[in-house]
Design a protein around this ligand. Structure first.
Ligand SMILES: [Zn+2]
Length: 350
């Protein structure tokens, strides 16, 4: 403020024109100083807001979300789910009846083999192996690859009773795009699949498993009622690297030895050694009593009819769960208990 005082014009006498000019100059000086102060305050304010945002986004990346963030997200989606009753349309996958969930006798061990990143050159061989052994699997395909693949390859997946999953358009890691970018990646992949076989994917796996908290993924899965899943680390042979890569026997034996009931096994149809491991792997798992199911069949057999209360009673993290309607089945996402699985429930209120 002392700076302003030094600039204050001394009272002048005489020429009224000069006085007026001096007053105008003084006013201009005062305005400039005020503007400078305003700018400094503005910069300080922006800096403060940025600092606050930085610290809150740092909180978001922590493993535990703040309950405020979670509950507001859930509240929004809950009201969406509550006001818009999911109506089956031509593009909506058919609802599985409740009876289908009880189709496996008590004690049946279930396993879901999954193949990511195709379709590719080896995919027809994978399909032949599945057909030869009379089992099903789930293919998480990349949209770009789908576009360049003969429709017959994708159609054969469905004909064999396999499931097609969405693995984004270009294997985009969903933490590296914004909400709209994530939504578009999933949407474009589904469009490519639909163009080949007349229907969209029924499940989603985000590339590398990252981005489970991506709102674009969450919104897409809710809008299209596609489950979102990762896989079980404990039974994953990591077929993209040594010692599994190039060693079919190791790959097969790893899965046979480490699989447990309810596992989703991550494999890639892009590796020859994985393709070559399938006969031994499937035979070994059958010997241990496993029944092969698709991802959706696995989810619906195990979690399909749970309510929020039942999920909570099982010890699940219910902070990201959405109910289709009050007291009804779960219609949302859960971060899994012991594995990295995340599950979207697509039960309707009917
Ligand atoms: Zn992938």
């Amino acid at each position: 403020m002392s700076h302003m005082n030094t600039q204050r014009p001394r009272p002048s006498s005489g020429n009224p024109k000069r006085t007026m000019t001096a007053q105008l100059r003084a006013l201009a000086n005062t305005t400039a100083v005020m503007a400078a102060i305003f700018m400094v305050l503005l910069v300080a304010f922006v800096w403060m807001v940025t600092a606050i945002n930085k610290s809150s986004s740092k909180d978001d990346t922590d493993s535990k979300e703040t309950s405020a963030t979670s509950s507001s997200a859930v509240a929004n989606l809950s009201s969406d789910a509550g006001t818009t009753t999911p109506e089956p349309t031509d593009t909506t996958p058919p609802e599985t009846s409740a009876a289908a969930h009880a189709s496996y006798p008590e004690g049946t061990k279930l396993i879901a083999l999954t193949f990511d990143d195709g379709p590719c050159d080896y995919t027809p061989q994978v399909l032949e192996a599945l057909e030869r052994n009379g089992v099903v699997a789930t293919f998480f395909v990349i949209g770009q690859n789908v576009s360049g693949t003969d429709a017959a390859v994708l159609q054969k997946m469905l004909d064999l009773g396999c499931e097609i999953g969405n693995h984004t358009w270009s294997h985009q890691i969903l933490t590296q795009v914004d909400e709209e970018g994530a939504y578009e990646q999933l949407s474009k992949c589904d469009a490519a699949i639909e163009e080949k076989v007349g229907q969209k994917a029924t499940v989603i796996r985000p590339p590398t498993g990252a981005g489970l908290k991506q709102e674009g993924l969450f919104r897409y899965s809710v809008d299209n009622r596609e489950y979102v899943v990762n896989w079980n680390d404990s039974s994953c042979p990591q077929d993209w690297q040594a010692p599994a890569l190039g060693d079919a026997d190791y790959t097969a034996q790893y899965v046979i030895d480490n699989a447990i009931d309810g596992d989703m096994v991550l494999l890639h149809d892009s590796h020859k050694s994985t393709v070559d491991s399938l006969d031994k792997m499937i035979a070994g798992l059958k010997e241990k009593g496993y029944v092969f199911v698709t991802v959706t069949q696995l989810l619906e057999a195990r979690v399909g009819n749970l309510t929020m209360d039942e999920a909570a009673a099982k010890g699940w993290d219910t902070s990201k769960l959405v109910q289709a309607y009050d007291g009804g089945p779960i219609y949302g996402i859960r971060y899994a208990f012991s594995s990295e699985k995340m599950i979207f429930e697509k039960k309707s209120s009917s």
